[in-house]
Design a protein around this ligand. Structure first.
Ligand code: SAH
Ligand code: SF4
Length: 399
């Protein structure tokens, strides 16, 4: 009964090695599974269930499966959080649903809005774990940057989240919940239709964590978000950023077909091994080959390469030329991200001159290469920073 058929492609042919590697990655993810989505009274959370799971819950309580369709509409189209508001459902059934289920949101630990309009939340989940979510406005739209894990197992040297160990994966409810809570905050329910104003028009999975190391929960959450009887964001409005988990990139392309962003950050394996240590497992050539295989890599759906600009480390003109050579033939765009400093970071931001020179070389070669403006500087926008500040405050230490 899924109204949004999964992206209709099969995985590219792969050898048994890749298959085994995928199985290993999925098994490891399960070891960091989120806690059960039941509250202290034993009521089950409905957000994050697939349509099939929701229908099964209805059948288990003696109701017809079509109730799942009604609930889906109320939860994901209307944004209802209270069964009593569901006017198409009779009162006695509303009461029975309320005994068994909840429609939750993450708790808001802090919400801050920057002078430039960026809004940042620190959300807390049932077990007290916290992640960051950021809304980044653009002229007539905006993107919600959501987190996929509490912490990260990878330890990219320029990334603040990389200094935190992986605590656990987020569940589908917690991933969808970040976007739903952001919509609550902007009053964007019910789901806008047609040409309606829509501030929260896009999602970027670029917050804390490596989404392809939490693939199953991310896939489930994005499938819910893309369902057009609910939140209804098209896969073209969703971008998933990975540091380069090659075996899972194929799966993501085949099953979800969302836009892909790849955190490249270096043009030689020698440097990338150091700053993105995952490169030791999946080096640049393998990563770019996976990008070439990514479905829909046409001009209209270019792959975004993220490139953090670290002063004197990866920002020379020679490196810009080498990047052009590496990307040859790939429909790509390069997002140049001036390094966002955090206390104790071992890097400095590239000078504006170096960033502009780098961008000019890419542009001359035909690659769109926007320079990301620093956003929300006044509210600690560097990934992972708000969380650390909050924990420091809890411990009573000074910032
Ligand atoms: N784990 C995924 C997604 C989360 S990180 C990934 O690595 O792609 C999202 C993006 O922010 C990545 O491109 C990452 O390299 C970049 N990033 C992390 N810390 C940064 C910092 N301090 N300054 C600038 N960009 C940073
Ligand atoms: Fe993890 Fe991405 Fe940060 Fe690397 S950049 S440590 S993969 S969150």
């Amino acid at each position: 009964m899924n109204a949004f058929p999964p992206h209709n492609r099969t995985l590219p042919p792969s050898d048994g090695l890749t298959e085994a590697e995928r199985a290993r990655i999925l098994a490891k993810a399960a070891a960091f599974a989120p806690p059960s989505m039941q509250d202290a009274e034993g009521r089950r959370e409905l957000v994050g269930l697939s349509r099939e799971e929701l229908a099964a819950e209805m059948v288990a309580m003696g109701e017809k499966p079509f109730r799942a369709k009604q609930l889906w509409h109320w939860i994901y189209h209307q944004g209802a959080r209270d069964f009593a508001a569901m006017s198409s459902i009779a009162k006695p059934l509303q009461a029975r649903l309320a005994e068994r289920f909840t429609i939750g949101r993450p708790g808001v630990t802090t919400e801050q809005t920057s002078t430039d309009g960026t809004r940042k939340w620190l959300f807390a989940f049932r077990d007290g774990q916290q992640v960051e979510t950021v809304y980044i406005p653009d002229e007539d739209r905006g993107a919600v940057c959501i987190s996929s894990q509490v912490g990260c197992t990878l330890s990219c040297t320029f990334c603040h989240t990389g200094t935190q160990r992986l605590v656990r994966n987020l569940g589908a409810a917690e991933i969808v919940g970040q976007f739903m809570a952001a919509r609550d905050s902007y009053g964007e329910w019910p789901t806008p239709t047609g040409e309606d104003r829509r501030l929260l028009s896009n999602i970027v999975v670029m917050g804390m964590g490596e989404p392809l190391y939490n693939y199953e929960n991310i896939a489930k959450a994005l499938t819910i978000i893309m369902d057009h009887e609910g939140i209804g964001l098209s896969r073209r409005r969703i971008t998933l950023s990975t540091s380069g988990v090659v075996p899972m990139m194929d799966k993501c392309g085949a099953e979800l077909g969302v836009n892909l962003a790849v955190s490249l950050h270096a043009v030689t394996d020698e440097l990338r091994d150091e700053i993105v240590p995952l490169n030791r497992k999946y080096p640049i050539a393998e990563l770019l080959a996976a990008c070439r295989r990514y479905p829909g890599a046409s001009n209209a759906r270019r792959i975004t390469f993220e490139y953090v600009m670290l002063r004197g480390v990866n920002d020379s003109e020679a490196e810009a030329h080498e990047l052009v050579r590496l990307l040859r033939g790939l429909p790509a765009k390069v997002n140049l991200i001036p390094f966002n400093p955090w206390p104790g970071a071992p890097y400095k931001t590239s000078t504006p001159e170096a960033v502009n020179r780098f961008a000019a070389i890419l542009n001359d070669a035909g690659y769109s290469s926007p320079i990301r403006r620093p956003r929300g500087r006044d509210i600690l926008a560097a990934c992972g920073q708000l969380k650390t500040e909050s924990e420091r405050a809890k411990r009573g230490g000074a910032a």
